[in-house]
Design a protein around this ligand. Structure first.
Ligand code: NAI
Ligand code: MG
Length: 492
């Protein structure tokens, strides 16, 4: 199959979406999108920079201040969100294949995401009609007080490449439900499905200027959006390093921020757990999407008596995962997204070896034909580690898991929490009291007991500590897009 077998990849330059129009970048510059499984050129994309971000923010401001969108009835916004969900379902194959081509994820994975994301849109469609303030009872005579919720205004969003459609829908859905407007800056390595989703928004009846999509580089377009004085709220998903820059850039107008940053999530397995369930789940927690998942369970704490055998079982399960081109429906693990990511991940594994770690399985880039054309790294299980090693402390964002034996529950919790991050955590045990204790003691935004990486449109997800602030999914996500206004009325 040729890489260009996709209705969106028709050889034309993919342009910026600003004010409902497809436009060239002001500089006329473009950049390439390539398939990380094959190196094939997929598309040439207009490269937005600060001037294009200015245009897009101006369009979003006009749409917010004088367009129909924030003034529409909640029921009208709900209908548009429902139409968008139906269109996404209908175009499931197109969106799934586009992400698979652009960043390598297996087609089964990208297809599954589309279904969940249509659910996110429908959840937000329901919430569009359920937003409300409160009536209050101040202890002041002859006064009535109430709150109303108002959209925060022009939002900016900067997203990563590890789930391009996923991140796009998560940023767009609450913006639409609350009556805000948006400028979205996709990642350099995966801009195609964000652009196609922009087109879908127009098709669903979202007015021009409400959703703008400006691909470009982080240091130019991204930095301009993050620092823009006319953006009321920024939402960023990506690395901790860039997250700090977003915080600094927000100081100019003290814009509201939400950050979904990295992790080094612990997954804790006790000897009494259902090991038949825990082994595959631990492997998938670490290796799904080739480890390019913010909440990946990369520190696998295993109770000492079973640690060695558990590591071997995880390695055996992983050895049966099929690695290959994501377009093949049999593929379990696709390539890493880019040469840069490959060298990062390989660097962490080499560093671990140099620090004395034992490579139980994997550990070397796959080479020869057809692997050389892409960036394929097999699932890698590391043992004989200590908590201070770089590979155990830092987010690798590749298919690498560190197996760490422990002796007591207290020790497991202490070591699990000894990280700057706090995104997710897993606990595997049949002991209900222990499960409750650990569920409370682990410092993470989500704790999964006898499961891992569960996601639902109604359940909030986000970080403790350096994993960020704010929550996505659920009602809290909508609240981040709302201002609360208190209204006081003299009644006598
Ligand atoms: P990154 O955080 O630099 O990129 C994410 C987004 O931020 C992209 O859209 C990029 O263009 C933008 N960006 C970069 N610099 C910017 C700046 N100065 N101002 C505004 N926007 C900027 O991540 P990158 O370089 O793609 O990946 C490096 C590492 O980051 C990965 O190996 C992984 O460890 C981590 N990462 C974590 C993610 C997560 O979801 N937890 C997602 C992506 C990366
Ligand atoms: Mg790409």
């Amino acid at each position: 199959m040729s890489s260009t077998e996709h209705p969106f990849l028709d050889g034309t330059v993919k342009r910026l979406l600003i004010d409902g129009q497809w436009c060239e970048a002001r500089t006329g510059r473009t950049f390439e999108s390539r398939n990380p499984a094959t190196g094939d050129l997929l598309a040439t994309i207009a490269e937005g920079d600060a001037a294009d971000i200015d245009r897009a923010v101006a369009a979003a401001r006009r749409a917010f201040e004088s367009g129909p969108w924030p003034r529409m009835l909640p029921a009208e916004r709900q209908n548009i969100l429902l139409r968008l969900a139906d269109l996404l379902d209908a175009r499931c194959e197109d969106f799934a294949l586009l992400d698979t081509l652009d960043m390598g994820s297996p087609i089964r994975h990208t297809q599954g995401s589309v279904g969940l994301l249509a659910g996110v849109l429908r959840y937000n469609a329901g919430m569009a009609r359920a937003l409300h303030g409160e009536t209050l009872h101040p202890s002041v005579p002859d006064m009535f007080a109430a709150t109303v919720k108002e959209p925060v205004g022009v939002c900016g969003a900067i997203i990563p490449w590890n789930g391009p459609l996923w991140a796009t829908v998560l940023k767009v859905a609450p913006v639409l439900a609350t009556g805000c407007t948006l400028v979205l800056k996709p990642a350099e390595d995966a801009s195609l499905s964000p652009l196609l989703f922009g087109a879908l928004c127009l098709e669903a009846g979202v007015p021009p200027g409400v959703i703008n999509v400006v691909p470009g580089h982080g240091a130019t377009a991204g930095a301009a959006l993050a620092a823009h004085l006319d953006v009321d709220k920024m939402s960023f998903t990506g690395s901790e390093v860039t997250g700090r820059k977003i915080v600094q850039a927000s100081a100019g107008n003290l814009k509201r921020l939400s950050l979904e940053l990295g992790g080094k999530s612990p997954n804790i397995v006790f000897a009494d757990a259902d090991l038949d369930a825990a082994v595959p789940a631990a492997a998938i927690a670490a290796f799904a999407n080739s480890g390019q998942v913010c909440s990946a369970g990369t520190r696998l704490f295993v109770e000492r008596p079973i640690a060695e055998a558990f590591a071997a079982e995880v390695a055996r399960f992983a050895a049966n995962l099929r690695i290959g081109d994501g377009r093949d429906p049999e593929t379990d693990l696709g390539p890493l997204v880019s040469a840069r990511q490959m060298s990062r991940v390989a660097g962490y594994i080499d560093g671990a070896r140099a620090e004395g770690a034992r490579v139980v399985s994997g550990g070397c880039r796959m080479s020869g034909a057809p692997w050389d054309a892409g960036y394929f790294m097999p699932p890698t299980v590391l043992a004989d580690l200590c908590d201070e090693m770089q590979v155990v402390r830092e987010e690798v964002f590749g298919p690498v898991v560190s197996v760490l034996p422990f002796d007591t529950a207290e020790e497991a919790v202490r070591r699990a929490n000894a990280t700057p991050f706090g995104l997710g955590a897993g606990v595997w045990t049949r002991d209900l009291a222990r499960a409750h204790r650990l569920g409370r003691a682990l410092r993470a935004g989500s704790v999964w007991v006898n499961c891992y990486n569960m996601i639902d449109p109604a359940v909030p997800s986000g970080g403790y500590k350096a994993s960020g602030y704010g929550r996505e999914y659920g009602t809290l996500h909508l609240e981040e897009h709302l201002q609360v206004k208190s209204l006081w009325f003299r009644t006598a």
